[in-house]
Unconditional design. Structure first.
Length: 365
């Protein structure tokens, strides 16, 4: 009985040992790696870029006064539409004492001269009527009187301009009236009643009373990276998308590419401007953030594969083509020539055809 028990015990031990050995043997063998298979396709590839920028008026006009003084009246506010010649604001002139005194003295002198010439003219006219003086003397007296009258009118007008900023002879052209120089929309009025303003001269730019722009003449202004600027040209079409107006995608035409780059965050970019074709039913605002999608290049009806199946070695590109699948997948490395890429798919110019089956991603258990 003991002998049988020992035999059974050693038999169980032997079976456990053999089973463990077999298990370890099979698990020590490397598992076969299986890959997804990718087939080339015929299709179109478009390379495009998206530029970030803003919607801006082509011309934003700063309206400045033609005379220094204090704003006494403002007739517009941001958002108002104005026509060329509309009065935007009025200025009250604060004359310098020396100029005012000089203008007043000129008026007084002119008045005295006018009184004298008038008296002389009336006397000569009376004598001429009685044939006591010649016609020549009468006409000379008349001319002197007219000149004196003209000088007095000019002196009074000069005083009015110095004191009030308004010409008494042509009030419509008064320098105290700040007028719109173009048709457009008032974007900004950076002054208020009581603000002192200065006219532009060689020493300063003058005070801006208002900013006006034609909102029917807008541009997209953005920047393109130096790696792509060579692919752009004037006249190219772009599609503009506006974050604030997702349903509106106006077309724009590139009309300007900067000849010189600017450095931003360690990279060189070039400014571009594109004229936006705004539909009559759409009202855009200055300063909208926008993106412009530009088609840089395209290839039609070409052989394409996913970029993910390509192996890059220096300037060379390779793919792995299936040569056998029984009992296991076998692949052959092939050199291919590539063309245009859109970042996902890439054009294959030579090296494989549409019948090739390429190694893709590894299949996970």
């Amino acid at each position: 009985m003991k002998k049988v028990f020992k035999i059974l015990m050693w038999t169980v031990i032997a079976l456990i040992f053999v089973g463990t050995f077999v298990y370890l043997f099979y698990n020590s063998k490397s598992k076969e790696t299986v890959y997804e298979l990718v087939t080339p396709e015929t299709g179109d590839i478009t390379r495009s870029t998206v530029l970030t920028g803003k919607i801006e008026p082509r011309d934003e006009i700063e309206i400045k006064p033609q005379i220094s003084g204090i704003i006494s009246e403002i007739n517009v506010e941001p958002g108002d539409l104005v026509k060329e010649g509309d009065i935007i604001a009025k200025i009250k002139v604060i004359p310098e004492e020396s100029q005012l005194s000089s203008a007043q003295n000129r008026v007084e002198v002119a008045r005295i001269s006018l009184d004298q010439s008038r008296t002389e003219y009336e006397r000569t006219k009376s004598l001429y009527g009685k044939k006591f003086v010649s016609r020549e003397e009468y006409e000379q007296s008349q001319s002197t009187y007219k000149k004196a009258q003209a000088e007095y009118d000019a002196a009074v007008d000069a005083l009015s301009i110095v004191r009030d900023g308004i010409s008494s002879l042509n009030a419509q052209q008064s320098n105290t009236l700040v007028r719109a120089t173009i048709d457009g929309l008032i974007l900004e009025v950076p002054v208020k009643v009581g603000t002192s303003v200065i006219q532009a001269n060689t020493m300063n730019d003058g005070t801006t009373v208002a900013k006006i722009a034609d909102m029917n003449n807008l541009i997209f202004k953005g920047k393109v990276d130096e790696t792509e600027v060579g692919l752009l040209s004037q006249g190219m079409n772009t599609t503009v998308s506006i974050g604030a107006l997702p349903d509106i995608t106006p077309t724009a035409i590139i009309e300007y590419i900067a000849p010189k780059s600017t450095e931003e965050n360690g990279s060189n970019t070039f400014e571009i401007k594109a004229a936006i074709q705004v539909p009559d039913s759409v009202q855009l605002r200055a300063g909208y953030s926008a993106n412009a999608a530009i088609e840089l290049n395209s290839a039609k009806n070409v052989l394409t594969i996913p970029e993910s199946v390509i192996e890059w070695v220096g300037d060379s590109t390779f793919v792995y083509c299936l040569t056998d699948s029984v009992p296991a997948q076998k692949f052959e490395r092939r050199n291919i020539s590539t063309g245009l890429s859109d970042g996902i798919k890439i054009e294959v110019k030579s090296g494989i055809d549409k019948t090739a089956r390429l190694r893709g991603n590894e299949v996970k258990d």
